[in-house]
Design a binder for this molecule. Structure first.
Ligand code: ADP
Length: 487
């Protein structure tokens, strides 16, 4: 198949979350299955042309933007690192000539509607320009969701896309791309499609994208079930129920080359499930780095966007209780300014037990995964989640709220049957989190041999992209069948 994957971010070029991880790795595995896969994303200022070897393509790309008129952009090409998967970067100074991807100082850019409608339309224009006739266009999240709608409207009678089916992956249902109704004039999809995109009198790009796509998927099966309910659907639960026969859940794989405790350039000593001794050195390294004096206490790690989704409010409320235990905690993250303040204050109040770094730090994220004894993720909702997978691989049992991908990927510890690889709780309360941390800490102090077995079970678990890419392939085939029958 010819597959065109379009997204607003992709590792290693530009990343704010798990979306970039998926877009950076899935195409390589699809390629191994024999498909011709291409990726399209914006050329933000953070995408360094020299460092990543971007080469200009000799074409100026015209992109119809409805009432705004035709917009032009430059196009650069590279290949995804360690692969021959082409990736195209759209250069438009007004839309993408900024360092940040979506917002600055916590506020979304005022022209995010035009920036991502442009990306969605430009990717399709580019396919024509370079004569890459896609069997599948694969959109990701609200930024590019509307591509499916473009195919069904403005390109409906375009022979070039006659056989093209569309797929939309929802990495996060909370962000939907809701804009003023006048955006219809930029989209140019015709007023007869208003009801598909309309949401409280506004345009909802994700909603339109869900209705238009031949197939939709979420990044875990659990999350797919959840977003059909009002609690998790962020008002689009009804849309997901409507679309149920065209929706599947496919859990993300993780990158076992990047996250390999036997070959990790960032950590103090290598270790594996056969010989765990290096993990102790990683722990001591972390304790030294953050001046945590006491040696034989469990370290609880957190690496997260510090936002409500991740249950940061629950952690903050539970902190005094957790810190009353004989534990240490290391937090890495950035997000809500109030969370920054509270974590920094806690570090001052409990200098021997609690340390944090506010910011994004790739090396430190490896060091925390390797050096911690347990990893905390009390998410309110979690479409898939990657850090719990890294934690399992690094022998750092995750303590998670049983939701979405966390529930799917972690098996609760069962002492009687010597099974499970993490610790789960269900209700989203500080008390439930504290109780579960208390349980893990008890296991640490009272049954270290059992804990070792628990770590090893997690380290042996695999979430491979080989497996998930086959599921994507199956979904693409289903999309083609649905597209064929719709015509
Ligand atoms: P989400 O996409 O919702 O943020 P995921 O768990 O799916 O959550 O992916 C988050 C990714 O970003 C992981 O690779 C994680 O290690 C990384 N990450 C998040 N915050 C930081 C940070 N402050 N420093 C380094 N890496 C981070």
């Amino acid at each position: 198949m010819n597959i065109l994957i379009v997204a607003s971010e992709c590792v290693p070029y530009a990343k704010t979350g798990g979306l970039a991880d998926v877009v950076g790795i899935l195409p390589k595995f699809l390629k191994k299955l024999g498909h011709d896969v291409r990726v399209v994303m914006p050329r933000y200022y953070v995408v360094d042309k020299e460092k990543f070897g971007l080469k200009p393509i000799n074409c100026a790309l015209g992109v119809p933007m409805g009432i705004i008129g035709e917009q032009w952009c430059g196009v650069y090409e590279a290949t995804l690192p360690n692969s021959d998967v082409p990736i195209y970067f759209l250069e438009h100074e007004v839309y993408y000539g900024r360092a940040e991807l979506y917002n600055v100082d916590g506020k979304g850019f005022i022209d995010n509607d035009n920036r991502f409608v442009f990306l969605s339309r430009a990717a399709l224009q580019l396919a024509k320009k370079i004569d890459f006739r896609p069997d599948i266009i694969h959109a990701n999240d609200w930024h590019t969701a509307i591509m499916g709608m473009f195919l069904k409207t403005v390109y409906k009678n375009d022979h070039f896309f006659a056989k093209t089916a569309s797929v939309l992956t929802i990495h996060n249902m909370q962000y939907q791309g809701v804009f003023y109704a006048g955006l219809m004039d930029v989209l140019g999809i015709g007023l007869e499609n208003w009801l598909d995109v309309e949401w409280m009198g506004q345009v909802n790009l994700l909603k339109g994208g869900i209705y238009a796509a031949d197939m939709v998927n979420t990044v875990s099966e659990g999350y797919l079930k959840e977003i059909k309910t009002p609690e998790y659907g962020y008002t689009l639960d009804g849309v997901m129920r409507d679309k149920a026969s065209c929706a599947v859940g496919i859990i993300n794989g993780m990158d076992y080359e990047e996250w390999d405790s036997e070959n990790d350039k960032f950590i103090a000593a290598p270790y594996s499930e056969i010989n765990l001794s290096g993990k102790q050195s990683c722990k001591e390294f972390l304790q030294q780095k953050f001046n945590l004096p006491k040696k034989n206490v469990p370290i609880l790690g957190i690496i997260s966007r510090l936002v409500e989704q991740k249950g940061i409010d629950i952690i903050i409320e539970a902190l005094p209780m957790i810190l009353s235990l004989d534990v240490q905690m290391v937090v890495l993250g950035e997000g809500e300014p109030l969370a920054h303040e509270l974590f920094l204050k806690t570090a001052k109040d409990y200098p021997e037990k609690f340390a944090c770094k506010i910011g994004y730090d790739h090396a430190l994220s490896h060091q925390i995964e390797a050096g911690s004894d347990f990893f905390i993720m009390p998410s309110r909702f979690e479409p898939c989640g990657l850090n719990q997978m890294y934690s399992l691989r690094y022998g750092t049992p995750p303590i998670v709220r049983a939701t979405g991908g966390l529930n799917d990927s972690v098996d609760n510890y069962d002492e009687a049957n010597s099974s499970g690889d993490g610790f789960k709780f269900y209700t989203l309360t500080p008390e439930a989190l504290y109780d579960t941390v208390g349980w893990a800490v008890w296991v640490y102090y009272n049954t270290p041999e059992k804990l070792k077995e628990l770590r090893i079970r997690g380290m042996k678990k695999r979430f491979t992209w080989e497996k998930s890419a086959i599921k994507y392939e199956e979904m693409y085939e289903q999309a083609l069948i649905k597209h064929y029958h719709m015509k």
